[in-house]
Write a protein that binds this ligand. Structure first.
Ligand code: BGC
Length: 249
């Protein structure tokens, strides 16, 4: 196993990438970030990933490269598209990236990559029992990790509450869109985490996504018996997890 790998994290708002050392979980390059092209169309996203790779100095094609994406990913196909173009639904996305980038990749869901990274290098390291990572960003991503093993494609951000897909109410984008105060947003998060407790009884919640760096403003407002902690790897988690999964770590 090589310890150097490339990680690319495709999100609804930005596409980030870096070269990483998967044995330590440290970045070996600057983190490059470009905006996700308007509309999130497949070909435009492939071109933006190419740009990110160029800015990383076109890393050696022999290096393992992992890409994570905000959709259900089964056998290289994207089966959903919550915050990107609907053209992704049913697309052979892994093959599309491999052709467009002219290199082999490994392709996974973004929250799964982030959860895997937190289990390897971050807030869930050495955690026994069930850990649920939730990323609060454009959407709500979730990863289930039991005794260090990732259960892929848990789409718990789309659980229904009060008759609506709760991601549309409790993602960080909803706070911004509706100009919610921390308290108003926390009320919605409370309902969300209460539901996850009732369904899964996890041992630990990890909260990721860019807003997790402001955890002091909202995590103390939540009343939960389950411990809830901010992600340690923050915005690098997807990059690190995608790279680690690609290199078989
Ligand atoms: C998608 C998930 C993704 C999450 C975070 C949700 O809308 O359905 O697949 O992990 O957003 O990007």
């Amino acid at each position: 196993m090589t310890s150097k790998a490339v990680g690319i994290d495709i999100g609804g708002t930005g596409i980030k990438g870096a070269i990483v050392d998967v044995s330590t979980g440290k970045l070996l390059s600057d983190r490059i970030k470009l905006p996700t092209p308007e509309g999130g169309q497949p070909d435009d996203i492939v071109l933006t990933v190419l740009e990110v790779l160029k800015k990383l100095g076109s890393p050696d094609k022999k290096l393992p490269m992992g890409l994570c994406f905000p959709a259900v990913v089964v056998k290289g196909r994207t089966l959903s598209a919550a915050n990107v173009s609907k053209k992704w639904i049913g697309l052979e996305a892994e093959a599309l990236f491999e052709k467009g980038l002219n290199r082999d990749i490994s392709f996974v869901n973004d929250a799964d990559a982030a959860g895997y990274a937190e289990a390897l290098y971050g807030a869930a390291e050495k955690q026994k029992g069930l850990v649920i990572l939730t990323t609060l960003g454009t959407g709500i991503g979730t990863a289930l990790i039991y005794k260090g093993v990732l259960v892929p494609n848990a789409e718990l951000g789309h659980l229904q509450l009060e008759g609506v897909d709760w991601e549309t109410k409790a993602a960080y984008s909803a706070k911004e869109r509706e100009n919610l105060s921390w308290e108003q947003w926390a009320e919605r998060l409370q309902k969300y985490y209460d539901m996850l407790v009732a369904l899964f009884h996890p041992d630990l919640f990890i909260v990721g996504g860019g807003v997790s760096k402001e955890h002091k403003d909202f995590l103390p407002l939540l009343k939960l018996d389950t411990p809830i902690v901010p992600a340690v790897l923050r915005n690098n988690a997807g990059i690190l997890g995608a790279a680690a999964l690609a290199s078989g770590k």
